[in-house]
Design a binder for this molecule. Structure first.
Ligand code: AQP
Length: 328
């Protein structure tokens, strides 16, 4: 029987942080057993804000290495670069012609990112339509993402339904998969906002490639709440609750067990142990990344093979959509 199809993606920025990892990438890795997984390095999305060409090229390769180091297995799953599959841009154009402006104007990510740019371009506004194309091209069943992508998945679903209603069954309606505990990891320096690589300070996040001393330092200075108890309470103790969720995700212990372990102990003891737990999990990943950095050719070969496999299924769906709308 054919496995359900999973597609998700990550922008090739220079940094992948533990929010990206716990909210999204670790899900993709785990679901390789049960799903047919495609992971896209979203360079078309990256250029919706200005990029320096050499850095974009390097970051795309770096992201491929990072994903493999995280456990995406290129022999089992499809790992590809979005711009290597032209069907993404072609379907996005078609979907743009049936997306009401009002739906894009409501997107909170757009408003957020626009406010951080000196100039805003149409690509940033249309980003969610491209994301809908990414998903619908592969007849995707499951899209595991962080909570920040929820609105975009809703748009992909409504565009698929709109197209199907107007032109007949063409696209599968995808389901977003958002983890309750790790779908929104908050910033270490501001537990009210999500952890984000474009935060003003690098103390906001732990990058997967941060060295152990850097991880210790960032966790030591992470914001805590008033009071002294290591207790889960999202309202009263957002900072400690966030650290508890990170600890739980990396250690595999339920939050309640960790609360019990640190009852009567200080924030500082809790933070020291959390840092060691994160370091233990990330050390093998960093080592694997370094190994892959020595061999650029084999990573390029993986991306070439991934693009060829992705193109085959994407083009099939694109042709069907083109025929349905009456292209000659
Ligand atoms: N803080 C987060 N908690 C849980 N999941 C998160 N994701 C992002 N931040 C968190 C999820 O990671 C996947 C890949 O993200 P992306 O590369 O597309 O970038 P992003 O969402 O734009 O991540 P950043 O770090 O927040 O970047 P900036 O600062 O540029 O906005 C996605 O599934 C995302 O939901």
């Amino acid at each position: 029987m054919q496995k359900p199809i999973l597609l998700s993606g990550v922008a090739p920025s220079g940094v992948m942080h533990i929010g990206n990892y716990l909210g999204a990438i670790s899900q993709w890795v785990a679901m390789q057993e049960t799903h047919s997984v495609s992971v896209m390095i979203a360079d078309l999305h990256a250029i919706t804000v200005p990029q320096e060409p050499a850095a974009l090229r390097e970051n795309t390769l770096r992201m491929a290495r990072l994903l493999i180091a995280c456990g995406i297995n290129p022999e089992q799953s499809i790992l590809f670069v979005q711009s290597h599959v032209p069907a993404h841009a072609e379907l996005a154009w078609i979907l743009n012609t049936m997306t009401p402006l009002g739906e894009l104007e409501r997107m909170t990510q757009f408003k957020d990112k626009r406010d951080r740019q000196s100039d805003t371009y149409a690509g940033l506004f249309n980003y969610p339509v491209l994301m809908a194309a990414d998903i619908l091209l592969y007849q995707t069943d499951a899209v595991p993402v962080g909570e920040d992508q929820k609105q975009h998945i809703e748009l992909a679903r409504s565009l698929a339904k709109r197209f199907n209603n107007r032109f007949g069954e063409t696209f599968k309606i995808p389901e977003g998969i958002i983890l309750k505990d790790t779908g929104r990891i908050m910033g270490l320096d501001d537990p009210i906002k999500k952890m984000s690589k474009s935060a003003a300070s690098a103390n906001n996040y732990i990058a997967l490639l941060d060295e152990p001393d850097e991880i210790r330092r960032k966790i030591k200075i992470a914001v805590t709440d008033s009071g002294a108890d290591v207790a889960y309470d999202e309202e009263q103790k957002p900072a400690i609750s966030n650290l508890l969720r990170i600890f739980s995700a990396f250690s595999g212990s339920p939050v309640a067990d960790i609360e019990n372990r640190y009852r009567g102990k200080t924030y500082s003891t809790f933070k020291d142990d959390l840092a060691e737990c994160v370091i233990e999990k990330l050390t093998p990943l960093r080592a694997r990344y370094r190994e892959l950095s020595a061999d650029k050719e084999s990573v390029l070969a993986i991306l070439r093979a991934g693009a060829a496999r992705a193109r085959a299924s994407a083009e099939k769906t694109l042709r069907t959509a083109q025929e349905k709308i009456g292209f000659l």
